[in-house]
Design a protein around this ligand. Structure first.
Ligand code: AMP
Ligand code: MN
Ligand code: MN
Length: 317
């Protein structure tokens, strides 16, 4: 397997980025690689670009160095895209397009490959796990380990989802040898919720409905609701998983309003439904059991369109 450093050794300037609304895997991967390259290539300019990460990621060292203003005159020698396709980079996509060498590292089945060097391994639990394999384990320190650990923990639901492999556990075993307080990290970045996050989760659960003979559960969070509870998109993480945990449900959908007649859709499946295939039909992507897309129009039309495709998949199961 290639070593990331061999692709970047000659670069004097390197930009690293991920996707819009960065999740734990995205933030952990970007920061893990950022810290690694700062150490390995001390003479190079290394910049990490990402929308402002949620406060829970404040435990990652140097996270305040992330640039959330994407306006730059610089043309980077290399750009490393983590956990994303160019379409989903938001403000960083212009920086990507201008960069001389483009490197793509991802684990989404829906990533068709892009750039000059492309490593896409859909069987990997997380981009963070894949990134670890591209690093020299001797060069990893406690701070890098912590960032990568957070990436793996978040995309595997704390080593619980079916994307967790023996290799995932071997890598996390190596990482926790650095001695950081993994128990506290899991509690504070994964399980802990603010009161307002808990309230909107309760509201979304209360207003959910089951469709397709109770095999699909759907909830919609409007902008008014988000204003009422004073929450943003970031505060809705975990709700769709909560919906999926209902007994008998095969598939869960959470839609939240991001603009006029615009909804961000999150889907989760227990395995019978391939939600990535559904998301791809609407310009999104993801994995078999976790995927997302953005839909325009009323939420009723959105639900009808999504459920139509899900019903087709469930028909012969
Ligand atoms: P989410 O529901 O936003 O947590 O996303 C679930 C999974 O699908 C994650 O792995 C995301 O990276 C992926 N995903 C979500 N939205 C999109 C999108 N528009 N395009 C590609 N992948 C997505
Ligand atoms: Mn992600
Ligand atoms: Mn990921």
């Amino acid at each position: 397997m290639m070593r990331i450093i061999d692709e970047l050794r000659d670069a004097e300037s390197i930009a690293i980025s991920g996707h819009q609304r960065p999740d734990g895997d995205c933030v952990g991967s970007v920061m893990g690689l950022y810290l690694y390259l700062k150490k390995e290539l001390p003479g190079a300019v290394i910049d990490a670009y990402l929308e402002r990460p949620a406060d829970i990621f404040g435990c990652i060292s140097h996270i305040e160095e992330i640039k959330s203003d994407f306006n730059t005159e610089r043309t980077y020698d290399a750009f490393v895209a983590l956990d994303t396709v160019p379409d989903r980079m938001g403000g960083a996509s212009d920086i990507y397009l201008k960069a001389r060498k483009k490197i793509n590292i991802d684990h989404h089945v829906s990533n068709p490959g892009h750039g000059d060097v492309s490593v896409v391994e859909p069987e990997r639990s997380s981009t963070a796990e894949l990134l670890y394999e591209l690093m020299d384990p001797e060069k990893i320190d406690g701070e890098i380990a912590k960032a990568i650990y957070i990436g793996i923990i978040h995309d595997t639901g704390v080593l619980r989802y079916s994307n967790t492999s023996p290799r995932t556990l071997q890598i996390t075993a190596e990482l926790i040898k650095f001695g950081f307080d993994f128990s506290q990290i899991i509690e504070e970045t994964f399980y802990e919720r603010t009161y307002r996050q808990t309230q909107i989760m309760g509201r979304a659960v209360l207003e959910s409905m089951r469709l397709l003979h109770d095999r699909c559960i759907v909830s919609v969070v409007s902008r008014r609701m988000m204003e009422f509870y004073r929450v943003t998109s970031k505060d809705l993480d975990g709700i769709v998983n909560q919906l999926l945990s209902v007994k008998g449900v095969d598939c869960a959908i959470l839609m939240h309003e991001t603009g006029t007649q615009e909804y961000k859709v999150s889907m989760r499946s227990k395995g019978a439904v391939d939600v990535a295939a559904v998301a791809v039909k609407f310009g999104g992507g993801g994995h078999v059991r976790a995927a997302g897309c953005t839909m325009n129009g009323t939420y009723r039309d959105g639900i009808n369109n999504l459920c139509g495709l899900i019903a087709e998949q469930l028909r012969d199961k």
